[in-house]
Design a protein around this ligand. Structure first.
Ligand SMILES: CC(C)(COP(=O)(O)OP(=O)(O)OC[C@H]1O[C@@H](n2cnc3c(N)ncnc32)[C@H](O)[C@@H]1OP(=O)(O)O)[C@@H](O)C(=O)NCCC(=O)NCCS
Length: 168
């Protein structure tokens, strides 16, 4: 399918309710629990993708200590260029803020995300075996994920923005 005509803009206060609903619907709670930390995406900066005048995707992120972490990335129309456009916007923002590293965490079952990020130049930075057992104490994460693969491990992927190493 052809890419859509996607418009990406920074999220605003008036998007908060929509963001909360989206995150609750797609991530089983209003918050994300990752590498032992809790994030509320509706309180984070983000980018919203619109296609044909409708919300089509969301990325939220946080920056600290020269690093930018993508906390959530959701495309409502997969395979149409929305995820790519959102990643580009977060990356440009991270570069504007002088970040040396852009990173995120996904889970072992999410082969689509692993493919997606690696094709965008991300590399695996860490694997946290069985991290989801701890996350399940905080929110209801199903046993089986995409393709009925048991959800078990956190996989951290990173993109070097420092210009060293030729990756960016
Ligand atoms: C991972 C995700 C954000 C990618 O978003 P997307 O809008 O599909 O991204 P794009 O369309 O820019 O690129 C997707 C790639 O998959 C390909 N693709 C084709 N058909 C597809 C389909 N039906 N579904 C998914 N991807 C498809 C695209 O062609 C593209 O491949 P390319 O790199 O060879 O060009 C999206 O699949 C998603 O929202 N997943 C659920 C939430 C999630 O797992 N988030 C990431 C964890 S933080």
């Amino acid at each position: 399918m052809a890419d859509l005509d996607v418009h990406v803009r920074a999220t605003m206060d008036r998007d908060r309710d929509w963001i909360r609903e989206l995150i609750r619907g797609r991530w089983a709670a209003e918050f994300v629990f990752v590498h032992g930390e809790t994030f509320y995406p509706d309180r984070l900066p983000g980018f919203l993708a619109e296609a044909d005048g409708e919300q089509a995707g969301l990325a939220t992120y946080t920056t600290a200590g020269g690093q930018c972490e993508i906390v959530t990335l959701d495309s409502l129309k997969p395979g149409r260029g929305i995820g790519g456009a959102l990643i580009r916007s977060v990356r440009e923002q991270a570069e504007r803020e002088g970040c040396r590293r852009l990173f995120l965490t996904t889970t072992n079952d999410n082969l689509r995300a692993l493919r997606f990020y690696q094709r965008k130049g991300f590399t695996i930075a860490a694997v946290r075996p069985n991290a989801i057992a701890e996350a399940r104490k905080h929110k209801p994460i199903p046993e089986l994920g995409l393709d009925d693969i048991p959800i078990r491990d956190e996989i951290e992927l990173e993109l070097d923005l420092s210009g060293i190493g030729g990756k960016s």
